[in-house]
Design a protein around this ligand. Structure first.
Ligand code: SF4
Ligand code: SF4
Length: 459
């Protein structure tokens, strides 16, 4: 817990007690009973206004004692129509989700506005909103430009304080990039002051890429007092992140990142709990294995249950742009059934098996988009990954008896799935997408491999 912000914490605590509508002695005992092991604690016990049906699992925020829904709403890919966004947000809030994560660069810049429009229709004390300093592009490294982005977040979200504020996607570009974006221009000092003033209630960072940056920020925790850190974590990346598709130096397993945070009592916000949907779309034999172990759980539910079972997780973000996804996820987390040791071991064996597959480590986040030559980068990679999982890749050996049949089937399915102008062969190898990919994938190299795959080889 950070120590530099006592006044703010007191204010938060007081607000929290008021929100409970309880005498302070009773409320304090409730707060102290709350712990990192809050699996099963329900907002119903804390909030008289909550509808009876809310069974959401909550985690207690270390600093303020606030109860955060273990399922967080990732707003990254929202429907275009505001009405549909409102409908999703209303349903989520009514069923216990209270953490909403957006960023200035999501939705081509429109995501914060849509999020703000939907949330501002509800009382401010019913939701926690997270947004970020998305100054990844060099043109935004000056203090003035970054400050403009910061001010815009308040305006677009229609708030006068932000609950969770993150340095967005640090790690790519190494320490030099971090210093240029946040340290040398005085921006981090400014954000620390904003936290003191209460306009930022919790300050953290989201991390991808060079682990030296993660270590540097954590090593300096005595100075920055991070309230939370957002990391990519799922049962595959727990011990297999380093071995997967096309990464450059320094990337780390989630086990290491989570372990460092846990030791310092910094809670983790989880992104990619299903690894861009890859863990929802598993091979048939894995699906069957999972169904034998727990017949009513989908592969997606297994992935969420694994993440939610880790006690130092504050919330796990899921991008939900369709009502059916929202409802299915709510069912998983209301309440969450933690994984048993036997189930954890099963997922470990499955992760070992998956890590041998030649999939591309794309999470379909679309940060690399748009490509000025029209390539649908995540679409191409998702198509390829699905073909790997389904065992539909063209055979590498052109003399194999069904080589041509498999190649043709793959090609036809590819042409049906990806429009002509968005195919891999449109890539001009300009390299512009490279620095935007938080997974540090060698995008043009992978695309050219995809093109090669469809070409007919001589036997
Ligand atoms: S390298 Fe290829 S995919 Fe990336 S931006 Fe350039 S043309 Fe598009
Ligand atoms: S290639 Fe990288 S940036 Fe693009 S969608 Fe995939 S993970 Fe995201």
């Amino acid at each position: 817990m950070k120590k530099n912000n006592k006044q703010q914490q007191e204010m938060n605590r007081r607000q929290f007690l008021e929100r409970l509508g309880l005498g302070s002695a009773t409320a304090l005992s409730l707060i102290t009973v709350g712990s990192l092991q809050a699996i099963g604690s329900s907002r119903k016990a804390l909030d008289d206004e909550a509808p009876e049906q809310i069974k959401m699992t909550y985690r207690v925020q270390n600093g303020t004692g606030e109860h955060i829904s273990l399922l967080g709403f990732g707003m990254m890919r929202l429907p275009h129509e505001q009405e549909k966004v409102n409908e999703l947000v209303d349903y989520a809030l009514a069923h216990g989700i209270n953490y909403f994560d957006t960023a200035p660069i999501y939705g081509g810049g429109s995501n914060e506005t849509a999020t703000g429009n939907a949330l501002s229709r509800h009382p401010r004390d019913k939701y926690y909103v997270a947004t970020k300093m998305s100054n990844q592009h060099e043109s935004l490294w000056s203090f003035e430009k970054a400050k403009e982005m910061y001010d815009n977040s308040f305006r677009k979200l229609q708030v006068d304080y932000i609950d969770y504020y993150l340095l967005h996607s640090v790690g790519g570009g190494g320490i030099d990039n971090l210093k240029a974006r946040f340290i040398d221009n005085g921006l981090l000092d400014f954000l620390l002051e904003e936290r003191k003033a209460g306009r930022i209630r919790h300050l953290g960072f989201s991390y991808h890429g060079d682990v030296k940056v993660f270590d540097w920020l954590i090593d300096n925790n005595d100075k920055y007092h991070w309230d939370f850190v957002q990391i990519q974590m799922n049962y595959l990346d727990w011990t297999h992140a380093q071995r997967r598709g096309g990464r450059r130096r320094g990337d780390a397993n989630a086990e290491y990142l989570y372990g460092r945070l846990e030791k310092l009592g910094i809670q983790a916000v989880i992104m990619e709990p299903l690894r861009g949907g890859g863990l929802a779309n598993v091979q048939d034999d894995i699906r069957e294995q999972l169904a034998r172990a727990r017949k009513d759980d989908t592969p997606a539910r297994w992935g969420f249950r694994w993440v939610g079972s880790k006690p130092n997780v504050l919330t796990a973000l899921s991008g939900m742009n369709r009502m059916e996804h929202l409802k299915e996820n709510l069912e998983t987390f209301s309440p969450l059934a933690p994984c048993t040791n036997v189930e954890n071991e099963l997922l470990e064996r499955i992760a070992d098996k998956m890590s041998g597959l030649p999939t591309i480590g794309c999470t379909t986040c679309a940060y690399c988009m748009p490509c000025k030559h029209g390539v649908d980068i995540p679409g191409n990679f998702a198509f390829y990954n699905k073909a790997v999982v389904d065992g539909r890749l063209p055979l590498p050996d052109a003399s194999a008896p069904d080589y041509e049949e498999k190649r043709q089937a793959y090609l036809t399915a590819y042409q049906e799935a990806i429009p002509n102008k968005a195919r891999a062969n449109r890539c001009q190898d300009c390299g512009e997408c490279l620095s935007k990919c938080p997974q540090q994938l060698p995008i043009p190299t992978h695309l050219s491999r995809l093109v090669e795959m469809t070409r007919k080889k001589k036997a």
